[in-house]
Design a binder for this molecule. Structure first.
Ligand SMILES: Nc1ncnc2c1ncn2[C@@H]1O[C@H](COP(=O)(O)OP(=O)(O)OP(=O)(O)O)[C@@H](O)[C@H]1O
Ligand SMILES: [Mg+2]
Length: 318
């Protein structure tokens, strides 16, 4: 049997499917499913039974959407847009109706600060070194955060020396997955135990890359680490691809982008490029997400476009 939650989850993940066509095909009276999608009514067992074969025809399977997809936003190079991408992609996904949990795995705590959570009373580290559950703060509609600050740095040694330390994040997340569509983990600028914990917990990773020569030089080291984790600890870890961030219109950036697009043939380099725009820095100073700071700005639109491209890509690989 399918539940209403799974029906809604499937439809959120497949925006191209027409709700009214499904309604017709399942012989439901007009408006039944539309209202359910808008949380205006419930569906009974009869409705759900009628929907199951139709949704199955469109690609639904019971296991596909039961758990959130965990995605690490990663690059060991500092200042290449990991945190900005985690926050902005998380926000864009939440605006589309997906339930998103963001995890701040960086002891700099930038993601938490941007979202207005300074010196959180409970944070990720408390759960990694104890039996506590992950602390979850409500940020906005459909958007939650497990915050961190400098205390997380202390956990690293403990994670390294303790048995199964780097598995703890994965284990703590396991019970939460049915509640969310996406879990986005903001990784630190280092290939440390916290990054390993994130990659071990993840279904996939998204690499943010500033098109500078130095950033591209570090890419092979990063890919080697990802393959190492895949070989030894998380055999199903995938690379979603590379998104260019802080892109400027100049010959160096153009050349590096072209080189990466031509040489990285094993995975996707997303078409949407995040331009270097001062609004991102201003939003950070104001401790606001990009949409809250400047809703209709080019900066907010770029991440909304990237979000669309990303979701379409996930439809293909699922
Ligand atoms: N597209 C952009 N245009 C201009 N500035 C940006 C852009 N993206 C991020 N920034 C700014 O660049 C700085 C670094 O970005 P961010 O914190 O997202 O990178 P990071 O990879 O998470 O850094 P770290 O490695 O230190 O965690 C921040 O001040 C941020 O506001
Ligand atoms: Mg960061």
């Amino acid at each position: 049997m399918i539940t209403l939650d799974l029906v809604l989850r499937f439809l959120r993940h497949n925006p191209a499917i027409s709700v009214s066509s499904i309604e017709k095909e399942a012989n439901l009276s007009k408006g039944t499913l539309t209202k359910a999608v808008n949380f205006e009514r419930n569906l009974n067992d009869k409705h759900l039974a009628a929907l199951l074969p139709i949704l199955t025809k469109y690609g639904y399977s019971p296991t596909l959407y039961q758990n959130a997809r965990i995605i690490s936003i990663i690059n060991h190079k500092g200042g290449v847009g990991k945190t900005t991408t985690t926050g902005s992609l998380g926000e864009a996904l939440a605006k589309k109706g997906f339930r998103v949990l963001m995890i701040d795995m960086d002891s700099q705590g930038n993601l938490s600060q941007i979202l207005g959570i300074d010196e959180p009373e409970k944070q990720v580290v408390d759960c990694l070194i104890s039996n506590d559950e992950l602390p979850i703060y409500v940020i906005d509609k459909n958007l939650w955060l497990s915050p961190s600050d400098i205390d997380l740095a202390k956990a690293e040694i403990e994670l390294i020396v303790s048995i199964g330390g780097v598995l703890r994040l994965k284990n703590k997340l396991a019970t939460l997955l049915p509640q969310f569509d996406y879990v986005l983990i903001d990784c630190p600028p280092s290939l440390n135990a916290l990054t390993s914990s994130a990659l071990i917990a993840s279904k996939s990773c998204l690499i943010t890359l500033q098109p500078e020569i130095s950033a591209v030089k570090g890419l092979n080291t990063l890919l080697d680490r990802i393959y190492e984790i895949r070989t030894n600890l998380n055999p199903t870890l995938e690379i979603d691809g590379i998104v260019f961030t802080m892109v400027k219109k100049n010959s160096v950036h153009d050349g590096v982008k072209q080189h990466v697009r031509e040489s990285m043939t094993n995975f996707r380099v997303f078409e949407t490029e995040i331009k270097h725009l001062v609004d991102f820095q201003k939003a950070q100073i104001e401790q606001q997400s990009i949409s809250k700071f400047a809703e209709n700005s080019e900066a907010a639109k770029l991440y909304a476009n990237f979000c669309d491209e990303f979701i379409n890509y996930l439809q293909i690989v699922k």
